[in-house]
Structures are given as structure tokens and as C-alpha cells.
Design a protein around this ligand. Sequence first.
Ligand code: AMP
Length: 630
Amino acid sequence: MTAYEDFYRRSIDDREGFWAEEAQRIDWKTAPQQVCDYSNPPFARWFVGGTTNLCHNAVDRHLEKRAGQAALIAVSTETNTEQVYTFQQLHAEVQRMAASLLELGVQKGDRVLIYMPMIAEAAFAMLACARIGAIHSVVFGGFAAGALASRIEDSSPKLIVSSDGGSRGGKAVEYKPLLDEAIAQSSHKPSAVLLADRKLTTMKIVAGRDYMWSELREKHLDTVVPCEWVDSTHPSYTLYTSGTTGKPKGVQRDTGGYAVALAASMKHIYCGNPGETYFSTSDIGWVVGHSYIIYGPLIAGMATIMYEGLPTRPDGGIWWSLVEKYKVTVMFSAPTAVRVLKKQDPALLTKYDLSSLRALFLAGEPLDEPTAQWISEGLKKPIIDNYWQTETGWPILSIANGVEEKTSKFGSPGVAMYGYNVKLLDENTGDELTGAGQKGVVAIEGPLPPGCMQTIWRDDERFVKTYWNSIPGKLVYSTFDWGVRDQDGYFFILGRTDDVINVAGHRLGTREIEESISSHPNISEVAVVGIADALKGQVAVAFAVVKDASALVDDAARAKLEAEVMKVVDNTIGAVGRPARVRFVTVLPKTRSGKLLRRAIQAVCEGRDAGDLTTMDDPAALQQIKDLLA
Ligand code: AMP
């Protein structure tokens, strides 16, 4: 056995011993009494009896050795600002934020929703919640009022932290009016809103509800807020993600297991050392932002870069200039971002001194071989793919160079990571597929390792039903991804088994987009599918049936309705959910029992064979789509 195989086997065969050792990477107030309680599957409780605090592990514990070292580097090419916070300064800002939250009535276990652009205050807010045992729920700043409202409704926050706005490509983007509208739409009302005013837009202030961070901060310049020691199983946050149904799921994460998992991954997978700089280009609204902009690097004692701006402004060399300036050792991005850079001058890749950089990690969507090859040759650095999900919080598949150096295989995210008992299962029979090249559903046998989701917020039943009951006859976690494995144990991911699509690394439920489009007064029915796209991986395309066909008299009328439908999506979900095209048909392909045949539509759009259509109600429906595309 190789060193990694040995390490992996131990993580599965001696789960308790393995994770007891890993648990020593973080500080505990009270040591755990039990490593894993799996007496009530599929609910796993990690490090039972232990008490700890995420903020302590990310900030306070570094004060002794590295108070004066950079911790948070907030760079905005939108406002042309760069600010470096040392661990000492971050500690002070987080306490000011924590004191403000406490003053506004937030208590341990309360939810705090964070709807923020990529600014330092967003990091302060997340860490402040962790500090006082409040549960944060960060909502991606690109989501519009409808998506935000459903998240306010489900998480019922005591308080919302937000800002006047963000900026994109030099243009201010208003957040506050969307927030006000979302609160109006939601039946739950937060008792306070705390606002970081960047003076990018003018805000309407709601008296008695809205408070200014600048004022509370002044008041609490020297307030000391000690860390609240919470049980290892205390929820640290919820993060909403899309699934098959229209209603997003609140993925709930614990505290102790998450801290241990991140600390371990920083060592074994990302190989980041204290005092170095980590640069993840993601957004705090996504899981990568939680794990590898905020908590992972800070827990490891690294400085982390928070970047607001485009990868191409002022030019396509901006990220590499930051690598040079801050001596970044580990970088994390997404394939779409690399494909965007691929369209820029390749000389930008060699213009800066990248000698500090050891590896570029990519995740969030399939990494196609040409993109991997291009960036690998351009940077002359290892490119490491890693496959995981909002639900798991850290990689399921990758290579663990901290344990044993392995080479990546282009097109494969790698091998099963320690702690994950990954199986490929037959979708219909649930049988395990062990042969090389056999295609199956990527599944994980319980318990899920530390750091993965505990449950769906306030919905244990949905957690079990959605994730653990989808494979016949087995209580096993489904990733809802198809995969194959080769003879060396490397997996290849072949797309989702459900109606989730991945646009530029952003996960979207086709049902969410359909619900949004259906709210247009002239749409009676719609099907949304994800179609392969050279830049974004996939784009959403909608096929809609109108109620009043007189709206489609000519091309101009069609274009007008298409634009209207897109606007509806912009206003409810946000531009991330906007379909690339809205096409109009008179009937949608369905089975005789009325189920939409999205897969057949997708196949036709991608020029593939539509497969078995014996259950289709009206073959003319698919023909209409074919004709449209022709
Ligand atoms: P999210 O929860 O938004 O991170 O999306 C998770 C989904 O993105 C996975 O279930 C996969 O479908 C896809 N995904 C994430 N990382 C990769 C990767 N490295 N290769 C292929 N697909 C990926």
C-alpha cells in the first residue's frame, strides 16, 4: 500500500482513532468524550462532549504567536482600496461587531443573515456570529429579493447584516432596496438590520430597525467580547443551496467537526502553512467562501485575501499581481474563471513573479482538459482539481499532497479523500459497482466525515428523504452526481443525476428558475434545462408556453416577451439565474403521467440522442423544439 492508501484505509477502518488524532489540530475548551456518535443514522454527531469556538480557532488562538501578522487582506478593484488587517486588528474588529450584535439583542443560537458584498465587514460579521454562538446564514449578494425573502423566511433571523451596495465592473449595485423588498415579502421580520455604509448608493433608513455599523463600531471600540464556548455539535451556520424542488435547502453545519475537518484539509489537501497567504477567488455567499476564504485559512494561521472585483479589471493580470504582491502560496478558483482568463493576453500569466505559488486548486464544476492544460502550461504550477458540495464543506475527491505527492489526471478530480467512504452505485438496484469504467451514482456510506452537513435546517425528515433514501434498499448519502472510476481509483464526474444545473460554478435548481418564470402573467408552463456552454460550463435555457399567443405575433414581440421573462428572473432570483435564452413553444414534452422530460429536451439541445421516449405523451412537442433549434 502507498502512504496515502494507508492513510485513507485508516480513516475508514479506524475512524475513531484517525479523527481523534485530527481533532488535536484545533483548540478545545473541553476535550471531546466521544469521537463519533452514529447511534441514530444517518445523523452523525462528531466530537461529542467537546466544547470549542470557531472564532477562537480562527483568530484568538493565533494572537500569541502571530498578532502582528496579516490575517485578512481586503482588496477591491471596484473601489480601488486595499486594507490589511493583522490578527490583532481582526480580533478587535470582530469584537466590535460581536458587541454590536449583542447590543442589538442577538443571543447564542439566534440566526443572523448576512447579505453583503465582498468586504471586510462581511468577514467580521461571520466571525462575530461564531464568537457569540449565533448561527450565520450568508446569502450570496447576487441574489435578488425573491431568493433573499425565501431565505429570510426559512432561517428567521433575529438580525440582518447588510450594506448599501456592492459594485461590479465599476457600476454600483444596490443591495438595500432589495433587502427592504425581501423583508416586506417575508412573513418573518428581523428585529434589526445592521448596515455597513460604503457610500456607493444612498440608503433609505427604516427608523427603529436599521442601525449603522460605523456608529455602533465607534461605541464599542474597546468592548471585550469573550468567545462563547459551544458544544461541538452546536450549529455554526446554515447555507442555502439548490436542489430538485424549488425550495432551497438550508445546509446546517456543526462547530467542532467543521473546525477539525478544515484544519485537517489545510494540512493534507491544500498544504497551507501558518504565516503564508491563501487566495480564494470565490465569494462568501458560496461554500468555498465559507470554508476557504474565511475559516480554513484563518484556522491554519494563514492570511486570506478577500477580493471584490472582476478577474479582468483593470486587466486579466490582476489576480497574478496579487499573488506577487502578497506572496500567495495557495490559490483556489473555478474553471469558469480560468476560461475567462484564457480569452485574455497569455503574456499576463508570466508578467508577475509567481515563485511563491505552490498550487492552484480548482473546484465547483467540471474542469475540462483543455482548460486544465492551458493554465497548467501557462503558470507552470500544479493544477489540482477538487470535487465537493455545499453539503460536504470540504473535498470528497482530490489528491492529498500533504500525505503523499500524487499527480493529477486531467479530467479527474482525483481519488476519494480520507474520511469519505465513496461508492459507485447502480441507480436502480443500489448494487455497488466495483469495476473500472462502470458508471454509477457517486454515493457516500455513513457516517459522513466531520465537517459535512448535520441536517437540513429545521427539517430532519427532508434531510433523510432527500439525501439518504434515493438509492433503493440502502441508507446511503447520494451526491446526485454520476461518476466512473478508473483502475487507479481516480474518479471522473459525469454530471448531475437530478435537475440541478451548474452555471459558471453556481449551482441552480431548474425548478427554482421555472417557478420564477411562471410568475410572469403570460406564461402558463415552462421547462428549464442546462445546456453545455464553452465558457460557463452550462447555461440555462427556458422553453415556455404562453397563455395569450397574440404576444408572439412577430420576432419583435417574441424578443420583447423574452426580455420581460429574463427581467422577472433578474428580479426574483437575480442575474445568476437568468436563462441565456427563452424560447416559446405551444406544448412541452411530457410523459403520459405529466412529468416534464427535461432530460430529453437537454439531449436535443445538445445534439444528442434523446433516449427512450416510449413514455412520451406527444412526440410533436419534442419535434417543435428540434425545429426551433434548426
Ligand atoms: P455546490 O454545492 O454549489 O458546490 O455544487 C456542487 C456540485 O457542483 C457537485 O454536486 C457537482 O455537480 C459540481 N462540482 C463541484 N466540484 C466539481 C468538480 N471538481 N468537478 C466536477 N463537478 C463538480
